[in-house]
Ligand binder design. Structure first.
Ligand SMILES: Cc1cc2nc3c(=O)[nH]c(=O)nc-3n(C[C@H](O)[C@H](O)[C@H](O)COP(=O)(O)OP(=O)(O)OC[C@H]3O[C@@H](n4cnc5c(N)ncnc54)[C@H](O)[C@@H]3O)c2cc1C
Length: 494
């Protein structure tokens, strides 16, 4: 088989899902050369359709896709409705309960992932990432204990080698290269579920303003999700305990329909609805959504993000939040190490600490949430306990399940980073050496503009934004904090 030439980049990202597209874009935005390799041709099907405010108004705003998401006209989700625990009646929470998600930030979207993931991948391209689809990564390249690149096969089966200072594995739960980071994938004792899911046309909607909410309904064998994707189309899935495995091993359509019959609330919502039987939504799929976490998230030259690092049960729709949050944290680490290689270890330790912490919040809360003998007040109290929140129990719960518990500024006030990033870029242009007469000199490089921006930037930014707590206080002793533009890590001010 012919082997093509060796390519060289600052970073190579494996996988073009939400994690891969996010990390690639945020590294490229700092001017680095990034290659993203994706095995499939987009749009491709993926499960994980219910998003959180932290993704929509936080990371997606940082990436610059707010308008594209609005144009896609995804279903607006204001919160969740649960038939869960000892309360026989459904109960509803709204993101608006938390002051952190006030105003426009109090919503999220239910998305068709084929469309959502395409938007993020196209945006990565538009922001300078070189995206190659139908390229399957086969292995990593190693030298002197460091990962220095990957080998991949393109759509014609031709093999290539890419050398890069950083390899980011964002290839999801099916990652074939995660073992190269070392350590095992450790599976959770609590969440060993099986999901069986399909799509219906014509299902009922909840009364306004909750018609876009996710509905989760517990029943004897497990629980159902019911996600309104469009006015007509609904994603419906049963998450079953491991003991129910046999039920999904025969005819999947029959299995799904008989499970629907066992859950009166979902059966009622699907009265008169029709199972989709063609196209990408025509297949009834099974996923063992066992939860896991890798023992290590990085080693020199390589980092795992999103599902490649860990996955947690889908009841709170946290998958894309964790994927994009970890991608943001990893992008900071890659940017930091590219600027100053001696800072690599501290930067990736910060990444791992923050991703583990966020994952643990969901994991620990979910263990309590699966205790069906409790009512919602008790779940809210548990959320307050795991997050050490000082506000009310319900606020603590909403903040956690909205993806805002980390207090990360980028997730709850992304606008402040965008303005600072713009100022920073402006300042960098102004401070760059002025070229000789006759060469390309733009207005910003003129000395007048330079002095105005220099004097004004810091004062204006501070006056406009104030200080964000997470930029002053590290998450752990000896830890780092985000830089002013949110694109690197830095030591906290003494
Ligand atoms: C039953 C179930 C229900 C869920 N529901 C929700 C939900 O409602 N909301 C939510 O937020 N999350 C949900 N999730 C979780 C969600 O699906 C994932 O967490 C999310 O897709 C992770 O994003 P990612 O970018 O890490 O990985 P992915 O989205 O899996 O993307 C990985 C990409 O890498 C590519 N790839 C794989 N191998 C290679 C290779 N060798 N070379 C190149 N490319 C490769 C793949 O083609 C893919 O495009 C659910 C999960 C399950 C199992």
């Amino acid at each position: 088989m012919p082997t093509e030439t060796t390519l060289e980049y600052d970073a190579v990202v494996v996988g073009g899902g939400p994690a891969g597209a996010t990390v690639a874009t945020l590294v490229s935005l700092r001017g680095h050369r990034v290659l993203l390799l994706e095995k499939e041709r987009f749009p491709r099907y993926q499960i994980g359709e219910s998003l959180l405010p932290s993704t929509v108004h936080g990371v997606c705003q940082l990436l610059g896709v707010t308008e594209e998401l609005e144009r896609a006209a995804f279903t607006v989700k204001r919160g969740g409705t649960f038939r869960w625990g000892s309360n026989p009646e459904p109960w509803t929470f709204a993101f608006a309960i938390s002051p952190k998600f006030a105003g426009e930030g109090a919503t999220a979207y239910q998305v068709e992932r084929m469309k959502f993931d395409q938007i993020l991948l196209d945006n990565a391209r538009a922001k300078g990432v070189e995206v190659r689809e139908q390229c399957s990564v086969l292995d990593v390249v190693e030298e002197d204990g460091r990962v220095t690149g990957v080998r991949f096969a393109d759509q014609d089966g031709v093999r290539h080698t890419v050398l890069a200072r950083h390899v980011v594995d964002a290839s999801g739960h099916k990652s074939r290269i995660h073992p190269k980071v070392g350590g095992k994938r450790v599976y959770s004792e609590y969440f060993r579920n099986i999901a069986l899911f399909g799509y219906f046309l014509g299902g009922k909607r909840m009364p306004p303003p909750n018609q876009g909410n996710i509905l989760a309904a517990a029943f004897e064998a497990g629980w159902f999700w019911y996600i309104p994707l469009t006015e007509e189309l609904t994603s419906v899935g049963a998450v079953l305990r491991q003991e129910e495995l046999e039920r999904v091993q025969g005819d999947r359509e029959q299995a799904l329909l008989s499970l629907v019959d066992e859950c009166p609330l979902i059966a009622d919502y699907l009265t008169g609805a029709r199972l989709v039987d063609s196209g990408p939504y025509g297949e009834i799929r099974v996923r063992k959504d066992y939860s896991y976490s890798k023992e290590s998230f990085w080693r020199p030259g390589m980092v795992l993000v999103g599902d490649a690092a860990c996955f947690i049960d889908p009841v709170f729709s946290s998958g894309v939040h964790l994927a994009t949050y970890s991608a943001l944290m990893a992008a900071r680490s890659v940017n930091t190490a590219l600027r100053d290689p001696s800072a690599e270890q501290a930067a990736f330790e910060e990444y791992e600490a923050r991703y583990r912490h966020e994952y643990a919040l969901f994991h620990d809360f979910l263990v309590a949430f699966y205790d069906m003998h409790q009512d919602e007040e008790s779940y809210f109290w548990k959320a307050k306990r795991v997050t050490h929140h000082t506000a009310t129990e319900i606020e603590a719960f909403v903040e956690l399940v909205g993806g805002g518990a980390s207090g990360e500024t980028a997730l709850i006030n992304a606008g402040s980073y965008i303005e600072r990033r713009d100022f920073q870029e402006l300042t960098e242009i102004v401070e760059s050496p002025v070229l000789a007469q006759g060469e390309d000199r733009n207005l910003l490089q003129a000395s007048l503009a330079r002095s105005v921006v220099k004097a004004g930037a810091r004062i204006q930014v501070q006056a406009a934004m104030g200080e964000n707590v997470d930029e002053v206080l590290p998450m752990r002793e000896g830890g780092l904090v985000p830089s002013l533009d949110g694109m690197h890590w830095t030591a906290p001010a003494a």
